[in-house]
Write a protein that binds this ligand. Structure first.
Ligand SMILES: *[C@@H]1O[C@H](CO)[C@@H](O)[C@H](O)[C@H]1NC(C)=O
Ligand SMILES: *[C@@H]1O[C@H](CO)[C@@H](O)[C@H](O)[C@H]1NC(C)=O
Ligand SMILES: *[C@@H]1O[C@H](CO)[C@@H](O)[C@H](O)[C@H]1NC(C)=O
Ligand SMILES: *[C@@H]1O[C@H](CO)[C@@H](O)[C@H](O)[C@H]1NC(C)=O
Length: 322
């Protein structure tokens, strides 16, 4: 018997092919967008298509990698520090904690900003071409930051999120950050999915409705009010009940500590046991799970903005097929 996650109102399945699998980070971001697209309602999907330039064909997966491509542009300099959050005083794996406040600029802040911007234009409507372009940027950043936030090393400041933590990977040099951004995903697709990203995606959707199902139904539950203190975007975003970046970052930071940084050793080849632990059954196919979690949360927020009053937690249905 097959099980598939489906959303009552969402019928469109948009699975773009992934051509650029070797460009770092693109694959992960594309996959989060593809998962999200599966969980958009028809109405949300229609509005997303309206917001994005025709080039994107209404696909979140095509828009998701964009923020990495404009990092060098002066116009977007403000956004370059919004891809991650540093965690002062945090020294994984020995001591880990995240005590977040809204005084800085980081991925949490950025997500609130982008969500508030989307919500603002949803309420008032863009009037000028400039408004429309700000809105499109906000959507592209939103989708990207949701992916970044669910990569544990983007919530752990140590050695620049592992960028400066050398490792071995298939006997060549790498670093911990790159392994999480792309190398584990690529190897997993090669080893277990016949190098076919679409099978990898299909399996994630399938696992959402079986082995991950008990926890998956919780992924979109949270309480935004817990983190309202000093949150400059609270008033604009408080109606969005599935928006909880502080909570998510805190749990990703804990994962960075308990898993990503555990037994860090620059001489170890990370393509062996470590890869098995991160991608195999023993830990619930963790790497795939994080991608899926990011996509489902992304869709929940977009549905709340563009197709209220039904937040995701009331709409996901796990139905048996065939
Ligand atoms: C907020 O966080 C920053 C960075 O972690 C820290 O330097 C600052 O002291 C914190 N401010 C408050 C009021 O806690
Ligand atoms: C919020 O986003 C806008 C672009 O939409 C940007 O100009 C601004 O600097 C951001 N604010 C913060 C505090 O990051
Ligand atoms: C889901 O969330 C509820 C409420 O927070 C909690 O009691 C329950 O243990 C969670 N279930 C899983 C499988 O994580
Ligand atoms: C893999 O996980 C096991 C526990 O399940 C642990 O003992 C081992 O240290 C881990 N190996 C690596 C390389 O992370």
């Amino acid at each position: 018997m097959r099980f598939a996650a489906s959303l009552v109102a969402a019928t469109a399945v948009c699975l773009a092919t992934i051509n650029n699998a070797h460009a770092y980070g693109i694959l992960g971001h594309t996959l989060t967008g593809q998962v999200a697209q599966r969980f958009l309602t028809k109405e949300t999907e229609r509005q997303v298509k309206e917001i994005l330039s025709p080039y994107y064909d209404g696909l979140l997966s095509k828009a998701a990698p964009w923020p990495d491509t404009i990092k060098g542009q002066a116009k977007y300099r403000w956004a370059s520090i919004l891809h991650y959050v540093n965690t002062p005083g945090d020294d994984p794996p020995e001591t880990c904690h995240m005590e977040y406040n809204f005084s800085g600029k980081d991925v949490i802040n950025g997500l609130f900003n982008m969500t508030a911007t989307l919500k603002h234009y949803k309420v008032t409507g863009p009037t000028t071409p400039e408004d429309k372009s700000i809105r499109e940027d906000a959507l592209r950043f939103f989708v990207h930051f949701m992916g970044d936030l669910h990569q544990p090393l983007h919530t752990s400041g140590k050695l620049r999120g592992g960028n400066d933590a050398p490792t071995k990977w298939r006997r060549a040099k790498s670093n911990l950050h790159r392994i999480w951004d792309s190398q584990m995903i690529m190897k997993d697709i090669q080893d277990r999915y016949d190098n076919n990203p679409k099978s990898y995606l299909d399996d994630m959707l399938e696992m959402t409705s079986n082995i991950w199902q008990p926890e998956a139904s919780n992924w979109t539950f949270c309480d935004p009010a817990i983190f309202k203190v000093d949150n400059p975007w609270y008033d604009t975003t408080k109606d969005i009940k599935t928006l909880c970046p502080v909570e998510w970052a805190t749990s990703m930071n804990a994962l960075a500590c308990s898993f990503a940084w555990k037994d860090y050793d620059p001489l170890k080849d990370y393509s062996a046991d470590y890869f098995e632990n991160a991608t195999g059954q023993k830990n619930g196919y963790l790497v795939q799970k994080l991608i899926t979690m990011s996509g489902i949360r992304m869709a929940a927020i977009l549905n709340e903005i563009y197709d209220p009053p039904c937040p995701m937690q009331k709409r996901v249905q796990f139905v048996k097929q065939g």
